[in-house]
Design a protein around this ligand. Structure first.
Ligand code: SF4
Length: 225
């Protein structure tokens, strides 16, 4: 099936579908495809509190082009206060465990709370983004969110296919791509990729060991770890 067919099926099968967007290129491709199916897709995004300004510029460019129903999620203020009080304002630099704790508070928990009431969520994961994503199912029950299907319409697409679609459709792209970024998350945890590095090398680049996965895609076991 093509990504467009997968998206059409998702909206046909499931009653309420959330498209979860980080406003990287995959998100924009999915929004473009979903808008052709449902007109005004529901889009969830998380303002982690540490995003670069360029991400907000990217969001505004999308809002100018599409009539999406955007929900901007945010971490619990009490969780953030406790995190800072116990571990400082940049805990992710101190250990892998604290980085994962920060991602849990700023990403995993707000998303989990927001997904209640939905039947499925759409994500821009691709299998060729790295080892942690190599076995990404196109559609399957989400082990981290009971009773909700997780759908990855671009799972089988390569990076080149995503970029080709975006260029063909003239999609508005996140400004940091023009500065050498190949994967974009929170400002302190993202840098531009160096020549020859893999696509996600600019994320948590100081970590030498452990699984470098975004908090949006932690498994249930990882969330509890
Ligand atoms: Fe925290 Fe960095 Fe994860 Fe953002 S990417 S939630 S700042 S650890």
């Amino acid at each position: 099936m093509t990504p467009q067919e997968i998206i059409r099926d998702a909206y046909g099968i499931h009653r309420r579908v959330a498209l979860v967007a980080s406003f990287q290129i995959e998100s924009v491709v999915l929004i473009d495809m979903a808008a052709q199916v449902v007109g005004e897709p529901e889009v969830l995004t998380i303002d982690t509190g540490r995003l670069p300004q360029a991400t907000f510029d990217a969001i505004d460019a999308i809002l100018e082009r599409y009539s999406i129903r955007l929900r901007v999620l945010a971490p619990d203020p009490q969780d953030l206060a406790l995190l800072a009080a116990e571990h400082g304002t940049n805990p992710f630099l101190r250990s892998v465990e604290l980085r994962r704790h920060c991602c849990d508070i700023r990403k995993t928990r707000p998303l989990s709370a927001a997904l209640e009431g939905y039947d499925a969520w759409i994500t821009g994961l691709r299998r060729d983004q790295g080892a942690t994503r190599a076995a990404t199912p196109i559609s399957a029950p989400d082990p981290a969110h009971e009773g909700i299907a997780k759908i990855a319409p671009l799972a089988e697409w390569t990076r080149d296919q995503v970029w080709a679609y975006a260029r063909e459709r003239g999609l508005p792209l996140h400004p940091l791509y023009a500065q050498g970024y190949t994967s974009i998350g929170c400002a302190p945890c993202t840098r531009a990729a160096q020549p020859g590095e893999d696509e996600r090398a600019g994320r948590w680049w100081w970590e030498q060991d452990g699984v470098k996965e975004c908090g949006l895609h932690f498994s249930a076991a990882e969330v509890k770890a």
